[in-house]
Design a protein around this ligand. Structure first.
Ligand code: BG6
Length: 288
């Protein structure tokens, strides 16, 4: 399997497939521009670090579980075709079905912008194609095709975990004009007009498209710039103290060095995709 992947999709020293300690298959990227890695499980991006940066861009939990059928804590899980609990079936897995299943490699090549990989998965109602360019920035796009003869609803989130120096010091700007649904209280909150600072458990779905979100991290002397495409909602999450203790695959102190900013179409911005048609959500993540 690994030999076959390397023969078909490997790109010299720049893209190599290997077995992770867990037994899962992993792609390792080392180019002039960046390092990165991903798993076939969930088409899960596990790391990205441009050569200009001393620190990883993506957070991965030291307690993450690497097992088919379970989600990986950190990196970029893909939530689809629903976000959070399934409204019709409480026993169904949180955040949908594709983050815990094996995807297939579809393509890999060098482009002008960096090393491109594409992974796909066919579901009963949808065919997904996830393209990622590992360059100076990390550019992801997820194409969702309705594979049926009837229109289909779906929710989607690129559930991106960012590595922080210290959650108390960072500031997120770009969402201050958006109203949000506080997932902890169920209330809709009017735009605050101020950047986000983390001081407690935070679980919010911001409504409306934004061109740019900036995550300023003075400790790492960098600002992560998130530029969503075809995204009508943004989820901002930090589990803080009590929830970190409840999550089995997350360290009690790890909330201090991560936050999630998720490019999404969830809740009232879920997509209704006509029969045979497709939609593509994307995001570009860079550091300045
Ligand atoms: C966030 C949700 O996107 O994901 C939170 O808004 C949730 O409510 C979090 O707790 C993590 O979800 P999970 O299923 O990966 O533990």
């Amino acid at each position: 399997m690994i030999d076959q992947l390397n023969a078909t999709f490997g790109i010299g020293e720049q893209l190599l497939f290997q077995q992770h300690a867990s037994g899962l298959t992993q792609g390792i990227i080392r180019t002039e521009r960046c390092t990165g890695s991903f798993f076939l499980l969930g088409a899960h991006l596990a790391s990205f670090q441009p050569r200009s940066q001393a620190q990883p861009v993506l957070f991965m939990s030291g307690e993450a579980v690497y097992e088919v059928g379970k989600p990986i804590r950190g990196g970029v899980p893909i939530c689809f075709p629903w976000f959070g609990p399934n409204k019709a079936d409480p026993a169904a897995p949180a955040h949908g079905t594709v983050r815990t299943q094996l995807w297939q490699m579809r393509e890999s090549r060098m482009t002008a912008d960096g090393l491109m990989i594409a992974l796909g998965i066919d579901q009963p109602s949808f065919s997904l194609l996830f393209r990622v360019v590992f360059g100076d920035s990390l550019d992801m796009s997820l194409q969702i095709k309705n594979a049926t003869q009837a229109e289909q609803c779906c929710e989607v989130a690129l559930h991106t975990y960012f590595q922080l120096s210290d959650v108390h010091a960072v500031q997120v700007s770009g969402l201050e004009k958006q109203a949000y649904r506080d997932q902890l209280t169920g209330q809709t909150v009017a735009p605050t007009g101020a950047p986000i600072r983390f001081t407690e458990e935070t679980d919010r779905v911001y409504h409306g498209a934004v061109a740019e979100i900036r995550l300023n991290d003075p400790g790492f002397q960098r600002t992560i710039v998130v530029r969503p495409r075809a995204s009508q909602s943004t989820v901002v999450w930090n589990p803080w103290i009590a929830k970190s203790q409840r999550l089995a695959d997350f360290g009690d102190q790890e909330y201090l060095t991560m936050c999630c900013i998720e490019t999404a179409n969830v809740a009232t911005s879920g997509w209704l995709i006509p029969a045979g048609k497709e939609q593509t959500i994307g995001v570009d993540i860079s550091c300045v």
